[in-house]
Design a protein around this ligand. Structure first.
Ligand code: HEM
Length: 418
């Protein structure tokens, strides 16, 4: 389902069956890839080495507990209602109303996500449009480096990303770390709730685990966190706008539902089932037999095609072949509509609750949890402002990477639509 992959060192097993995919993602015999596994991992680990995504077993569990404390409900609520919705409205209001040119929704959403994530991470110094512009420019190259295992030209991508990373660290992160160190040293100062503060509060833990590499790993943790959140969310929001726009062309009677959070959430879940950015990868620590009978030899890499698995599962739940179509009214018994879009098992996306709100993630507290989630918040504001695809300029998929990401996503904002 995805483009041709970079080379693997030990041969790869393609996993596209839902039950096999679940097995691989949940079982301790399968681990994040090591440097020697091929797939440009030696490059990728320059950026993510020692960070959460790269860990396994007990160490991963401990680290996940530390970072997970950032996603308490009160924090999420504050980000969603006090910050995100106004930030999206402001960004739309700032668009040049006199211009008839389309807006690139990918760049637009990516910038909104950068603003949100630098707050959550605790990067200071982006107070002026110029500083934000500089940060965004370097972050874009850096982000490509963190995904170099999917890159078609990894050397060039990585060389650029390393330069950008140094600039980002020197210009933005060093001062942000220093400011938080000073806050922590002052017993009377209020502590920000952000990634940098959290990591500094656990600095002894990092020292204990990785010794002299603590500063490097804490930087990698921070950077991997931003890379995991910004691009994937911007890409997913564009995917949802794309599918909803097309759905409304055939189902104009659903247009009033754009004001309904539940409809938007279902549309978002259905669209991320269909717009997943690339295979997940794990390496077998020993010979393993998957539920379908497929044998995975020790050291082989399992390439988990969650797009194909999601399509196949949705087709199984209704009619053969139907799973490749967008249908917000689809139900898949016992499985969320997004299927494997957030992964599964111990590495399942830590930002899922932030993206989806309370409903899908914690049904037991749904009644008291008023969050609609980042995705619905952004989509609601976009549709309220009349976002629509440009009739003769279809969005373009990127050719630089085998991940399915948008390269360009032209839209119009055309005033309130409903
Ligand atoms: C629609 C948006 C998003 C999608 C589709 C998505 C998808 C994923 C997937 C598939 C994984 C698992 C990777 C693997 O198993 O190898 C993952 C992990 C992760 N995601 Fe997300 N993500 C999204 C948004 C976010 C946000 C907003 C954040 C942070 C606020 C975030 C932070 C992370 C982190 C830190 C991990 C690593 C977790 C671990 O290894 O334990 N993601 N994401």
């Amino acid at each position: 389902m995805y483009g041709a992959m970079p080379q693997s060192a030990s041969g790869a097993v393609h996993v596209s069956n839902y039950e096999d995919a679940l097995y691989v993602l949940r079982s301790p015999e399968f681990r994040p890839l090591r440097k020697e596994a091929g797939f440009n991992m030696a490059y990728q680990l320059m950026f993510t080495g020692g960070a959460l995504i790269d860990l396994h077993g007990k160490e991963h569990f401990e680290r996940r507990r530390i970072l997970g404390s950032l996603f308490r409900r009160a924090t999420l609520e504050e980000y969603e209602s006090d910050y995100l919705a106004p930030a999206v409205r402001e960004a739309i209001a700032d668009l040049d109303a006199s211009s008839t040119d389309p807006v690139d929704l990918l760049v637009f959403t990516w910038r909104i996500m950068i603003r949100l994530m630098v707050r959550l991470v605790g990067v200071d110094g982006l107070d002026t449009p110029e500083a934000e512009e500089r940060f965004a420019e370097y972050f874009r190259d850096f982000e490509h480096g963190t995904r170099s295992r999917f890159s078609r030209d990894p050397e060039e991508t990585v060389a650029k990303a390393l330069v950008s990373r140094s600039i980002l660290y020197e210009e933005f992160l060093e001062a942000s770390w220093a400011r938080r160190r000073a806050i922590l040293a002052d017993a009377n100062a209020a502590r920000p709730r952000d990634v940098l503060t959290l990591l500094l509060e656990h600095e002894d833990y990092y020292r204990d685990k990785v010794g002299d590499r603590a500063a490097e790993v804490m930087n990698n943790e921070t950077a991997a966190f931003m890379a995991a959140s910004i691009g994937s969310t911007a890409n997913a929001i564009c995917g949802a706008v794309y599918e909803i726009d097309r759905w409304l062309q055939d189902h104009p009677e659903d247009r009033p539902k754009l004001l309904d959070s539940e409809f938007l959430r279902t549309c978002f879940s259905e669209s991320i089932r269909l717009h997943q950015t690339g295979p997940l990868m794990r390496q077998a620590a020993e010979d393993v037999r998957l539920p379908s009978g497929t044998e995975v030899p020790a050291q082989a890499v399992a390439l988990i095609d969650r797009l194909e698995a999601g399509i196949e599962l949705a087709s199984r739940a209704s009619q053969p072949g139907s799973g490749q179509h967008f249908d917000p009214y689809r139900t898949i018994d016992g499985v969320p509509q997004y299927v494997l879009a957030f992964g599964q098992g111990p590495h399942m996306c830590i930002g899922r609750q932030m993206v989806l709100g309370g409903h899908y993630t914690q049904p037991e507290i749904e009644e008291t949890d008023t969050r609609v989630g980042l995705a619905v918040t952004v989509l609601s504001e976009y549709f309220r402002a009349g976002v629509r695809l440009v009739p003769d300029r279809a969005p373009i998929i990127s050719g630089h990477t085998i991940r399915e990401t948008w390269a360009e996503f032209p839209v119009y904002f055309a005033g309130p639509s409903a």
